[in-house]
Design a protein around this ligand. Sequence first.
Ligand SMILES: NC(=O)c1ccc[n+]([C@@H]2O[C@H](COP(=O)([O-])OP(=O)(O)OC[C@H]3O[C@@H](n4cnc5c(N)ncnc54)[C@H](O)[C@@H]3O)[C@@H](O)[C@H]2O)c1
Length: 439
Amino acid sequence: MISNKNNSDLTRRDFVRTTAAVATASALVIPTWAHASGDDTIRVGFIGCGGRGTGAAGQALKADPNVKLVAMGDAFEDRLASSLKRLSSSHADKVDVPVERQFIGFDAYKKVIASDVDVVILTTPPHFRPAHLKAAIDAGKHVFCEKPMAVDATGVRSVLESAAEAKRKGLSLMSGFCWRYSYAQRETYGRILDGGIGDVVSMHTTYNTGILGKKPRQNHWSDMEWQMRNWQHFTWLSGDHIAEQACHAIDWINWAMNGEMPVKATALGGRQVRKGAESGNVYDHFSVTYEYEDGRRCFHSCRQIPNCSNDNTAHITGTKGICTINPWGPDCVIKGEKPWRYKGENPNMYQVEHNELFAAIRSGQPINDGIWMANSTMMSIMGRMSAYTGKTVTWEQALYSPEDLTPSHYEFSNVQMPAVAMPGQTEFLPGKAPELIGS
Ligand SMILES: NC(=O)c1ccc[n+]([C@@H]2O[C@H](COP(=O)([O-])OP(=O)(O)OC[C@H]3O[C@@H](n4cnc5c(N)ncnc54)[C@H](O)[C@@H]3O)[C@@H](O)[C@H]2O)c1
């Protein structure tokens, strides 16, 4: 399904590329691309002007001396306006978004992408990510996209195809799985993968937090507007909190297991304190067991319930030691044959992401997080599928599931209130790998 072939005959619309070899040979710091006009400003557009998007846009503007924010898009005018105000006050000389490059509505993404931008930042609720990513990569743009990458398997398969296309086109595709850009975590997982605790035997990660805030429904809001403004409470928009938030801690499992995917998952979950329509249809707790080909098991639990003990950590057991990671400390410790504790520097990982993305674009050496970011998203969705249905789910059944949470329409009108899943009653829709269909 995934082709990693390079597409050597690709020509970027408005760039003249020189090679990294030329830069190295001349021993000068020469950008490996520049606009045909000679202006080497990197033009950024961003879609989804909320909290994370505004943060990411600010980090992009700080990542490179010659970068400009030139286009913005959001479903809602007020969200775009407040984001633009914040960015204009913090980065006045780098924000050039006149009203004709401010786009509102469900198709705002198409207009941002068509605004002669070089890099697109995708920070809407995750439901929209696969379509926005496809449009950006099809148009030849470098992308920074927040996690998770999708809310259903149909979306994950689309993201995998876009990632392969980005590779063919030599475009950078960076994920917002920010811990992959934390110096402390990189050093720690690097040690684990180098045998720092012997062979990894099992792992347990958590993402237990308080409850999410809600935006009370206004009289003039349609169902769609209400759901969109409270997107974290609706599975079709967020993927549920196991995908939306806890995917970070599930990505740690992917990382420690060196990219190997579990063969199956069995999960529990439910909605203990979330009640009523204003809480949408998401659960408030999950617990997943991931089982690997050789019999190893990894475990993840997450909870969003107030007044409980919060925890967001990883515990990795190896044949020669145990690694505990409290990322927020940060405190990364190995106990066992080779005791160790991370003592290095720890710059803001969100800034590191953008520094590395823009350096990759300048150097012509693209970063492509595509496969692992899609796999970590799929592991999270697989856990949700198992919890919602009460069934043990195999990787293949989950990845190729026809489940598609797309609503009947994208309009600010009435939409159905999605049902809360009930284990044992909610149907699981297993899929089959295309090459196995008919076998
Ligand atoms: N990596 C991290 O640490 C981190 C932290 C926070 C959020 N996130 C992720 O970032 C994404 C955004 O989260 P947030 O906290 O900024 O949410 P937010 O609600 O603050 O922002 C989302 C924005 O997207 C807009 N939007 C919704 N649908 C849209 C559409 N179809 N087209 C254009 N705009 C649309 C909303 O109006 C809103 O302004 C989520 O995927 C979230 O999981 C990542």
